[in-house]
Design a protein around this ligand. Sequence first.
Ligand SMILES: [Zn+2]
Length: 417
Amino acid sequence: MDTLRFVQQAPRRVNGPRLNGWLAQFDAIGRTAGGINRVAYSEADLAGRTFTLGLFRDSGLTPRIDTLGNIIARVPGTQAGLAPILIGSHIDSVTDGGNYDGPVGSFAAIEVARSLREQGVTLRHPLDVVVWQNEEGGTVGSKGYIGELTEADLAKTARSGKTVREGIGIIGGNVARIGESVRKRGDVACYIELHIEQGGNLERGRRDIGVVQGIVGLRWFEVTITGFANHAGATPMDQRQDAMLAAAKFTVAVHDAVRAEPGRQVATVGRLTVSPNTTNVIPGQVVLTVDLRDLDQTKIDRLEARFKQLANEIGAATKTTFAFSVLTDSKPALSDERVMEWVEASAASLKASYNRMPSGAGHDAQEIAHIAPMGMIFIPSVGGISHSPKEFSRPEDIARGADVLLNAVLAADAGLR
Ligand SMILES: [Zn+2]
């Protein structure tokens, strides 16, 4: 037996300064007094796409724009008949956002392909590098890629004021032929996306890398609490049906219920509409929203049941009634166990510290998880800040994240069958 075969190969590395140089140049595109404004289909988004197409070409890649408007380039593999390994992210931003949410993973994917070529490495699998269009407006490009984009999605108006339908034409897609870009299960060998964490867990835990276990499921409720509007001066305290008091008790109860068990589940009462919303009238009705998220669907179901039970108790105590309706319900998108192991092996080979964690924010990866084994790599966000001009990730963390992506791709290429 040749023992040398079992010696761990030294990890490969990307050109970190080059990658960070691209990000620094990109920072000037769509920069305004309020922050980065590269909202989908805007002039700045178009300028960003032109810049990114240039990076593809400078890196020896041949980018094409699919009918959905996604930018994709393929590096052929050595073995015939294999589905591609897909890597990438997005470059559009929110209003007054930062320069790291999306571009880090997009440019790192280009850099990984470039580094492999420069180091003379050809994968068995084709390598597809993708930049998804309009992630921030509802993962439009990736949702279209898995064939889930609806007429209602196309009719939606993006923050730039253009509809998605118009936008796809503006960026070089073709709405009449978006079906040609749809991929099914088996068409993609696996998908790996590098992204900033957008929270503060890695920084607090002093970890270099987050191995994402999945994107949490989300359920939004609208809760209507009905009491009785009456005179604030003439109605004794023990004879009130105060919907606001019930809403306050319910808000605290939701918070306590979520914190009463271990785990990373979160819930937020974020919007309150009080009526009549007047100083001298006891509130007769409150409509509030609850945003509930977790990686475990059964926990979401269980907490919903708990919230309803608490509402019944509070309703009885305050002489009000509660009615629940579901506004949005999206299921958790779980990462693939093997992809997580490849990311961990990659991080370990680079002597980077890591731990597994859920993603509380949505990503293109949650769409691709429907058709392919998916995994995500998180790097720290300084101060846990994102969707803000204060968003920042350190150059060394960005380079390390790209290194982890590079070696995870190599592990996937070797491990996939
Ligand atoms: Zn993002």
